[in-house]
Design a protein around this ligand. Structure first.
Ligand code: GLY
Length: 242
């Protein structure tokens, strides 16, 4: 058992060079207040106002860099995205899992604040030039993503329903990213998976980002769909502490 809040830290890695992105937190349970069954993730926010600034450096130094160095030592250097899923326990950061991919839905929030070109960063990792890259530039403020899930998700989701109000473009400070959707022959966009789409809100702080995300989600209409209403709420209200 690991006590303490969870953190997802995505790092671009090229051999022993590690470039962390902003730490994020996702919400795995389907219902508000972390109720109900586990899902692939119902929402996320970044940055984490309750996480001390030095913790990202500590995770990089104590967790990610040693893993990257060990892979180099074993003759299989890693190049790509290393995702550390951690619990910040009373004894410090503890690893829950690693993935060698971006995490969903944290990525939707993290990339919303990244100002540096992502393609340039990934290309540098792929060509062994990550160490020479300038420091990443980030927007000030916060980003919140909220997932709209199909009826019955995370069980077998109901699919094939027409979705309204989900144009990808930004609107009222929020944007829509499609995931489990498809375009029907008649041009209508329909649900085609469990986690159908996510909205992303950006704002000066977490409260403003939440407001933008939930304002945008209010215009999405999909019969039977559901979403969590408390993404980032505890953090915005200062209710998370280490
Ligand atoms: N956010 C969880 C995952 O991508 O595995």
């Amino acid at each position: 058992f690991l006590d303490g809040p969870e953190v997802s830290l995505f790092c671009v890695v090229d051999g022993e060079t590690v470039v962390p992105l902003l730490p994020a937190q996702d919400f795995k349970r389907v219902g508000d207040g972390d109720s109900g069954p586990n899902t692939g993730g119902m929402g996320a926010y970044t940055p984490l106002p309750w996480l001390p600034d030095e913790m990202t450096g500590r995770i990089v130094d104590e967790v990610v860099k040693p893993v990257a160095a060990e892979l180099v030592k074993r003759g299989c250097p890693f190049s790509g995205l290393l995702y550390a899923g951690l619990a910040i326990t009373s004894h410090g950061p503890a690893v829950v899992e690693f993935n060698c991919r971006f995490g969903d839905p944290e990525t939707q929030a993290v990339l919303a604040l990244l100002e540096s070109p992502l393609g340039q960063l990934l290309r540098a990792a792929a060509t062994g030039e990550l160490a020479a890259q300038p420091a990443l530039r980030w927007s000030d403020g916060a980003a919140v993503t909220v997932v709209v899930a199909a009826e019955n998700y995370p069980g077998r989701p109901r699919v094939g329903d027409v979705i309204h109000g989900a144009d990808p473009g930004s609107e009222h400070g929020g944007s829509v990213l499609h995931a489990g959707t498809a375009r029907r022959d008649d041009g209508a966009v329909v649900s085609a998976g469990g986690r159908v789409l996510s909205v992303v809100g950006v704002g000066a702080d977490l409260a403003a980002a939440r407001e933008a995300a939930y304002r945008r989600i209010a215009s999405v209409r999909l019969p039977g769909s559901h979403f969590r209403t408390d993404i980032g709420l505890a953090a915005a209200e200062g209710r998370i502490s280490l």
